[in-house]
Structures are given as structure tokens and as C-alpha cells.
Write a protein of this length. Structure first.
Lengths: 292, 284
């Protein structure tokens, strides 16, 4: 691994050629004109270049995945649920109940997929981070650039689900256009903390636990496939504390047109707080891991 | 990675004893034990990750819990294999067992095999020994099945504990779950030998997700129009779901043998193909 000091060197190494004109010192990172994203846009473009070569295989699972889920859960299982009566769902069809939850959990799933193994692999397997670190990018830029790419992937997948929701008549209100950014925020609330943690991971087994004890129970018990009122009362506060529940509740309220301002702001604040903590922590953990 | 987990051949122990007392023809045919040596290798590696191994039991447990607490209440009763109405959790539990057998086998035979093939270079090392490609394929699938058996036993015990089993035929649920695993492990491993990069694994998910969702796992086949029913009846996971559901409900007929034969043929064909492909990839 590369040995670096705490700060990137301000002068390039001496090449020994006396005739060579002195190379001007590297401009201070983020200095001069204030740029909101600094050099992280460069790291983002690196991921875009990679993605341009591999998008074909991922586009199928991004498009067909939600289609299959909406079909199987909304229509297949929905036909059984609707036949029995949907009073506990608030009187809407099971399709309308479950579709916004699938939207929110697609945000979470994309975030977990993109912020776990790819982050880990960028250090251990294909060493994209190690390469980027040899450039003027600081660890925080590498982190934010990657996070921008992850957010883009979340937004793409969530857009597909939103389009399908509208096409299948699962959205009951024009507010559904806001469910899309809500799902992206849900994804970001997972992606930022997970990426911040994934960069510190040394054994890939840790991700198996994340998926098994993190993603799976969240997916099943966050009011996604059935209303939380069916959970035993001692389990309910735990479910209310999970970020996915906030995402699901927000998307569902918007999609059904039942959002009240205060509740929606509460969900947004919770998710935004998680995302901010992740973004703050990520700059530090990346620095700790990449400057050794 | 510690040096302990990199060590594939122990200096002492069972393998060394086997070798001392083993067949004298080490230069020629490696004998039948070849694939067991691969299984032993994996068992030794997983000693360092036993918690990952053990936690696999929780996944079906979470699913069963979620169905029992949530979906079961929403759905109520559904027509079972004999036409009688059964509680939804009894309907869906055998389907989940079939799915978890498929997923476990697919995961082991695709992601893990690909990693060993391309990154760990495990098979390059193995084929420098007297072991042959067919034994590698058999050993990998054998390992996947061993793992699957443990999960299937755990799942069946959980079902028994929750009172979701109604017949002694359910004893056969474990071998049937292993058979499902065999079919999908063999096919998955063959597919893996054609993979070029991790991106190709999106296609694995693309194949397994519709099987998981549409093979009458979560609702009876009768919700589909007739055309879709015929298509679903031809897919491999559906055979497994029907086998397990009929066995746990005790509705057993000779037709189940055909479904088992379907899975067995699929597995054997995959096994033969996987062995040939590994040889073609690595013995050049």
C-alpha cells in the first residue's frame, strides 16, 4: 500500500533533469474558486466511465427486477389479499399498498449493493481507490465521487419503479412524483453510512452479515409487505426506529396522497440526518483507510 | 488473509493418513476420493467463517416469521395440494424451503465458484495435482449439497416446531430439498464457467428472481391465466415446490416421481457439462 503523509504533497517529486522547467506546484485542492463538489466530480466521472462499459447487464435487472416484484407481489399475492378484504391496509388494494414499499426498498437494495462490495473491492480487488489516491484526489473526494455515482444508480433504479407504479395504476396521487426523490433519499440514508463503514472492512464476510441481519429483516419487517400494526406491540418501536420504515412510510403517504406536512418532514429529517452522518463519517473513515 | 486459511493441504491429519494408506497408483487415476478432498478443503476454510455458515439458518427463519406474523394474517387460507383450504403459512413454508435450497446452491455454485476460478485460482492449483476436472465439479457440487443439507434439516425442524408439517412423508423433504440444490448447483456451475466478469452475475439474479417469485411459491398456480400456468409448470423450481408442498401436506402420488426425475436429470446433465467446461477452461 502507498505510504503517504497526512496531507497531499504540495510539490511534485524531483525528476532529476536539470534542463526541465520547474513544474508549477499543484493548485491547492478546493482553493481559489469555491467549488461545491471539489474534485469529487472527477471521481464520479471515473465511475461513469466504468459504468458506460457495464450498464447493459445491470439495466436488465434494474428494469425487470421491479417489474417481477410488482407483478408477483402486487398482482399475484394481491389477488389473494384483496379477496379477503383490505381494511387493515387502509382500504386500498394490496398493489397500491405494496408498490411504494417496493420503491423505497429498491432504494435501500441498490444502496446496499453499490456501497458494500464495490467499495470494498475498490481497495482490495480492482484497486480503483488506490489508483485515485495517486492523483490529486483526496480521500474525501474519492468518497463523495463514489457516493454521487451510487446516488445516480439509486435514482435510476427508483425512477424505473416509479414509472412502473404509474403504469400499473398503483399510484393514487400526483404526489407520487415526490416519492421518487423520497426513495433516493432513503437509499442515500443507507449508502452513505454503509460506504463509510465498508471502506474500513478487512474481511468480505462482514457483508454477508450485513445482508443477512441488516437487509433481510429490514426488508421483511419494515411495514413493506404488511402493515406494522400486525407486529407484536413490543416489536413495533424497533420497527419505527429503522430507516427503511421511514422511507416506506414517506413513499406510501406520497403515493396514496395521504401525506401530512409534519409527518413527511419528520421522515425526511430522519433520513437526511442519517445521510449527513454517513457523509460526515465517510470523509473521515476514507482518510483513515487510504492515508496509511 | 492469514496464512492459516491459505494452507490447503495440512501437513498431518486425515489427508496425510489417506495418502499414506491410499491407492498406490498416485501417478495414474486419482481414485474416487478426489472430490472428497475438495470438500475437505472447503470445510477447513469455513472453520474460519463458521458464523457465516451458521447464520444461513436465520434467513428462512426470518421469512417464516414474517409470513406467520404478517402476510399470513392478510391472506388467510388458500387451497392446498389436495384442494382443501390450509393456512397460508403452511402453504408458503415448503415453497420457502425450495427457494432457499435453490438460492443456497446457486450462490455456492456461481459467486463462490467464480471467485475460486478467477481470483483465488484454486482450480489451477487443484488441477496440478492428480485430481481431474470432473472431480472438481463433483466436489464443488458435493460441498454445495452438504451445506444445503444442513440448512434443509434446520428448516424442516423449524417447520416441525411451528406445527407446519402434517405427514410423515415430510421426512422426505430433506432429500428433496437436496435434490433441488443438486439440480441448481449443477446448472449454476455450468453457467459460471461461461462468465466473464462480476457484471455477468446480474444474469444469474435475472434467472433466479422470476423463479423465486413466480414458481407458485407465494400463491397457488390458479391465480395465473392458463398460458402462464403451462409455462410455470415447465420450470424446475416449480417441480421442487410441488414436491415439498405435497410431502409436507401428505398428499402423495406417483406423479411426484416424475417431478423428482426432472430435477435429477437436470442435475446430472449440468454435472457432466460443468466437468467438461472446467477441463476446457483450465487444461490448456
Amino acid at each position: 500500500m502507498l505510504i503517504r503523509g497526512d496531507d497531499p504533497p504540495q510539490t511534485p517529486p524531483d525528476h532529476g533533469g536539470a534542463t526541465r522547467p520547474p513544474v508549477p506546484p499543484r493548485p491547492p485542492v478546493n482553493g481559489g474558486v469555491p467549488r461545491p463538489f471539489g474534485l469529487s466530480i472527477r471521481a464520479f466521472r471515473c465511475w461513469l466511465t466504468v459504468y458506460r462499459r457495464i450498464w447493459r447487464s445491470s439495466i436488465w435487472s434494474s428494469v425487470l427486477g421491479p417489474l417481477f416484484y410488482l407483478g408477483a407481489m402486487g398482482f399475484g399475492l394481491g389477488s389473494l389479499v384483496d379477496a379477503r378484504g383490505t381494511a387493515s391496509l387502509g382500504g386500498v388494494s394490496y398493489l397500491a399498498f405494496v408498490a411504494p414499499a417496493i420503491l423505497a426498498s429498491s432504494g435501500m437494495n441498490t444502496a446496499m449493493g453499490e456501497a458494500s462490495y464495490p467499495v470494498f473491492g475498490s481497495i482490495k480487488w480492482n484497486k480503483i481507490y488506490i489508483g485515485a489516491q495517486a492523483s490529486p484526489l483526496r480521500p474525501a473526494d474519492i468518497f463523495r465521487g463514489h457516493l454521487m455515482f451510487i446516488t445516480m444508480r439509486i435514482a435510476m433504479n427508483a425512477a424505473v419503479v416509479t414509472v412502473f407504479m404509474c403504469a400499473f395504476g398503483a399510484a393514487r396521487s400526483p404526489w407520487v412524483v415526490l416519492a421518487w426523490p423520497a426513495a433516493v433519499l432513503t437509499g442515500l440514508a443507507f449508502a452513505a453510512p454503509i460506504a463509510a463503514w465498508a471502506v474500513t472492512v478487512t474481511k468480505e464476510n462482514s457483508f454477508a452479515y450485513l445482508f443477512r441481519f441488516g437487509m433481510m429483516p429490514l426488508m421483511l419487517f419494515s411495514g413493506t409487505f404488511f402493515p406494522l400494526s400486525q407486529l407484536p406491540s413490543w416489536l413495533r418501536p424497533l420497527a419505527y426506529a429503522t430507516p427503511l420504515w421511514h422511507g416506506v412510510a414517506l413513499c406510501r403517504a406520497l403515493s396514496l396522497g395521504r401525506a401530512d406536512l409534519l409527518g413527511a418532514l419528520g421522515h425526511v429529517a430522519y433520513l437526511a440526518a442519517l445521510a449527513s452522518i454517513g457523509i460526515w463519517a465517510g470523509a473521515r473513515t476514507y482518510r483513515g483507510r487510504l492515508y496509511v | 488473509m492469514s496464512s492459516g486459511s491459505l494452507r490447503m493441504l495440512p501437513p498431518a491429519g486425515r489427508l496425510a493418513r489417506l495418502r499414506r494408506g491410499g491407492s498406490p497408483g498416485r501417478q495414474g487415476a486419482p481414485g474416487e476420493l478426489g472430490s472428497f478432498r475438495l470438500i475437505e478443503r472447503h470445510a477447513r476454510v469455513y472453520r474460519h467463517a463458521w458464523l457465516v455458515f451458521a447464520s444461513g439458518v436465520f434467513e428462512p427463519l426470518f421469512y417464516l416469521l414474517s409470513v406467520g406474523l404478517g402476510l399470513g394474517v392478510l391472506v388467510g387460507k388458500v387451497p392446498g395440494p389436495g384442494g382443501q383450504l390450509i393456512p397460508y403459512r403452511e402453504f408458503v413454508a415448503p415453497g420457502l424451503l425450495a427457494v432457499s435450497s435453490m438460492n443456497g446452491a446457486m450462490y455456492d455454485s456461481t459467486f463462490n465458484v467464480f471467485f475460486r476460478l478467477k481470483y483465488a485460482k484454486l482450480y489451477d492449483a487443484i488441477l496440478a495435482t492428480p485430481m481431474r476436472p470432473a472431480q472438481v465439479a463433483l466436489g464443488e457440487i458435493g460441498w454445495a449439497l452438504l451445506r444445503g443439507t444442513i440448512y434443509a434439516v434446520a428448516f424442516t425442524l423449524v417447520m416441525l416446531g411451528l406445527g407446519l408439517v402434517h405427514s410423515w412423508w415430510a421426512v422426505l423433504a430433506v432429500p428433496v430439498a437436496v435434490l433441488i440444490g443438486f439440480a441448481f448447483a449443477a446448472v449454476g456451475m455450468t453457467g459460471t464457467t461461461y462468465m466473464k466478469s462480476w457484471q455477468d452475475f446480474d444474469y444469474v439474479i435475472l434467472a433466479s428472481m422470476p423463479l423465486f417469485l413466480f414458481s407458485a411459491t407465494f400463491y397457488p398456480l390458479s391465480v395465473y391465466p392458463r398460458v402462464v400456468q403451462v409455462i410455470v409448470e415447465c420450470t424446475p423450481l416449480y417441480q421442487g415446490v410441488v414436491l415439498l408442498r405435497d410431502l409436507t401436506q401428505g398428499v402423495v402420488g406417483p406423479g411426484l416421481l416424475w417431478r423428482a426425475a426432472y430435477l435429477a436429470v437436470l442435475g446430472l446433465a449440468g454435472l457432466a457439462a460443468a466437468g467438461r467446461r472446467i477441463g476446457k477452461l483450465l487444461l490448456v
